[in-house]
Design a protein around this ligand. Structure first.
Ligand code: GDP
Length: 318
């Protein structure tokens, strides 16, 4: 059965379910959708709806009948959490995405956006990484469980398109940061971890700040406000099952990132390296020529984004 409304783009009056509205991406998306005049937003707290529960999710979709869904809910974490908890990262993400994607199709959702991650690509993918690198080589072991779940999500969306004519699209964001990020030192990603460490080191007058690994790996960082602008752009303009990378097109070494963060925060001490911690994948830079060709590019440069995130941190986490 082909979805008859396939070609209709997302409209301001559409009922949009943002799954994961408390997280980094979901909270930024809700803010931006509201600013842009989307009036019918649907959200549920974890206490109201457990997205891992297929029966509950099915009932929720049948009752609420959203027209559009953004699947921003996921169990996420930095290199340590990913490496330490492969069962949770694989199983919980599969459960959540399976429930939501299936219920979306069964209840007649017109368009769904699934959010993947740049870690779906092989460890030794060509850099910058084109969308065509998916499933061309072995994954980075420290985030393999999460990556496998995300790849399964992409494939499920594509299968619904091919078999049932659904309009389910998938975007692959690079490493994200911004307000409502996780700043816990053990489970967070590198940027919020280093922001917190630099702040604490400055407050306590420490002489050094410990950075994990060798400092040599390179990562690309995108402010979450840019990501959600790209998501809305794709919801309005993109109707293909082929995945789309979302990034800024530039990467930076972890050492340079640490120096930049110390500069923004105003910590003047030394960096020390804890090489007992893993480096992870050597480089992760997305090829963003596809989204550029579609007509979108990022706006927030890294220094400005870090400064804005630090302001948020000072207001909310201290
Ligand atoms: P990844 O992109 O999946 O590897 O996840 P992360 O954002 O957690 O880590 C990126 C890189 O930053 C890795 O090479 C880490 O070893 C390095 N890194 C340096 N200091 C830290 C830290 O304090 N926390 C985290 N999570 N990573 C750090």
């Amino acid at each position: 059965m082909l979805n008859e409304t396939l070609s209709r783009s997302v409209e301001k009056t559409d009922k949009i379910f943002v799954a994961g509205h408390r997280g980094l991406v979901g909270s930024a998306l809700v803010r931006k959708l509201q600013q842009d005049g989307f009036a019918e937003l649907l959200v549920r707290d974890r206490s109201q709806l457990d997205l891992r529960n297929e029966a509950d999710v099915g009932r929720f979709f049948e009752q609420e009948k959203p027209a559009v869904v953004v699947l921003a809910a996921a169990k996420v974490g930095g290199i340590k959490a990913n490496n330490d908890l492969p069962v949770e990262f694989l199983h919980e993400n599969l459960q959540m995405q399976n429930s939501v994607i299936r219920a979306a199709y069964e209840s007649g959702v017109r368009k769904l956006l699934f959010l993947g991650s740049s870690c779906i690509y092989p460890k030794h993918a060509p850099q910058p990484i084109p969308e065509s690198a998916l499933l061309t080589g072995a994954l980075e072991p420290t985030n393999e469980a999460y990556a496998i779940a995300k790849i399964a999500g992409i494939k499920l969306c594509q299968a619904y398109v091919r078999e049932y004519g659904a309009n389910f699209i998938s975007a692959m964001p690079t490493n994200l940061y911004g307000p409502n990020d996780n700043f816990d030192l053990l489970s967070s990603h590198v940027l919020p971890a280093l922001l917190r460490k630099a702040h604490t080191a400055k407050q306590e007058g420490n002489r050094e700040l410990v950075v994990w690994g060798s400092g040599q790996p390179r990562r690309e960082f995108l402010h979450v406000d840019d990501l959600v602008a790209a998501c809305i752009f794709l919801l309005e303009k993109y109707d293909s099952p082929e995945i789309v990378n979302i990034g800024c097109g530039e990467d930076i070494s972890i050492q340079k990132l640490a120096e930049l963060i110390c500069d923004v925060v105003g910590f003047r001490g030394e960096l020390a390296w804890d090489t007992t911690k893993p480096d992870g994948t050597p480089r992760k830079l997305l090829d963003v020529s596809k989204i550029h060709a579609l007509g979108w590019r990022h706006r927030i440069e890294l220094r400005e984004g870090i400064a804005r995130t630090y302001e948020w941190f000072l207001r909310n986490k201290t």
